[in-house]
Design a protein around this ligand. Structure first.
Ligand code: HPA
Length: 352
């Protein structure tokens, strides 16, 4: 920094202000500093800076199933938001296992990240205890955690709408005449699972159809378990004529079971899915799905975390982002009957 300051003919304090954006610097002076940095090949030592500021300008991100396109896109949103504000990411995969989750979060905390963004497991009690004890600024995403019995929630949360979109899928199938609509549900204990089951029940109730628990099979949010769950539903004496899957991985599992049984979608079994993904449009028939605004969830999580870092004492906020109904043909509707309903922010291009 001393070399940069000498070359630019300014004080080291001015170099610091240019680097950290801590005070306005005249454009000409700023350019002189940037030129000197360029000519000398100077890179700031962030470790040394952290010792002075007690901030690392890093965010810990803990999400399970990173290879799932839904979470990969969340990660892209988090990364872009972090980069925009000069933060880097440290990433861990808790494997949806409460013990492992607690361990990786501790490791991230030991690296002194400024805050964390976490998709919590189905049993996050230990995790919450750790975060509370160490007062770690945290934003939860996708899965909501319950407010503590005492006092307000000290964390922020961001997720998509789950109940109403699931109701919409079930209502749509009921309007097409289906009376036995099966559900392949996610991992018990996740708020997404509970809310999507509630949405399924609302959809049946709106259509005047009875709730039959035999038509709900647990796919545990994963393809293999969903394949088994779908086989179980399709083995019922009176099998469902339509199926709703509660996430993208379980849609893959359900499609495998359907293929093994040589059933045709939608003629033998109509199918509607929660989660849209790049290939949903390539299946035959094209999949009718709910698209979650995954990149936006990630970006919003960063925004909430930055707000919390700026005012640590404020009460926790929960942000719900809307999802979109993407009407294609696996529900049984002909190609011509549909209008595109997907907003630009939910669209999947080849780049996503
Ligand atoms: N939650 C919400 N949506 C999802 C998930 C999840 O864990 N996995 C795939 N889509």
């Amino acid at each position: 920094m001393v070399d940069v300051a000498q070359r630019a003919g300014v004080s080291t304090a001015t170099v610091s202000h240019v680097l950290n954006d801590t005070r306005p610097v005249l454009p000409r002076t700023r350019q002189a500093v940037l030129d000197a940095i360029d000519e000398l090949g100077y890179t700031p030592n962030t470790l040394a800076r952290s010792l002075v500021t007690a901030r690392t300008r890093s965010i810990g991100l803990a999400v399970s199933a990173i290879s799932n396109p839904y979470f990969t896109e969340i990660l892209q949103g988090v990364e872009a938001g972090a980069l925009k504000h000069g933060y880097s990411l440290l990433i861990a995969d808790p494997h949806d296992d409460p013990q492992h989750e607690r361990k990786v979060v501790q490791l991230l905390h030991e690296r002194r990240v400024d805050g964390m963004i976490i998709a919590p497991s189905a049993a996050p009690a230990e995790l919450l205890g750790y975060l509370e004890q160490h007062d770690v600024p945290t934003v939860f995403l996708d899965r909501l955690v319950d407010s503590p019995a005492e006092g307000p929630l000290r964390f922020d949360q961001v997720c998509t709408e789950n109940t109403e979109p699931m109701t919409r899928l079930v209502t749509h199938l009921a309007e097409l005449g289906h009376q036995r609509i099966g559900l392949v549900a996610g991992l018990p204990g996740l708020s997404t699972t509970t809310e999507r089951i509630t949405g399924y029940r609302h959809g049946l109730a709106h259509a005047g159809l009875p709730y039959d628990e035999r038509l709900v099979a647990h796919g545990n949010s994963q393809a293999d378990a969903a394949e088994e769950a779908t086989h179980a539903l399709l083995s019922l004496a009176t099998r469902p004529t339509a199926l709703v899957t509660a996430n993208n991985a379980m849609t893959i599992g359900a499609l495998r079971a359907v293929r093994e049984r040589e059933l045709a979608v939608p003629d033998d079994l109509a199918l509607c899915c929660f989660d849209d993904f790049s290939w949903a449009d390539l299946f035959t028939p094209r999949l009718t799905a709910i698209a979650q605004p995954s990149k936006e969830i990630g970006a919003q999580a960063v925004q909430l975390l930055l707000e919390r870092l700026a005012s640590p004492g404020r009460a926790g906020r929960t942000v719900r982002l809307p999802s979109a109904f993407v009407h294609r043909t696996s529900c049984g509707c002909p190609e011509s009957s549909k209008s595109p309903e997907r907003p630009e922010s939910h669209r999947k291009g080849p780049e996503s």
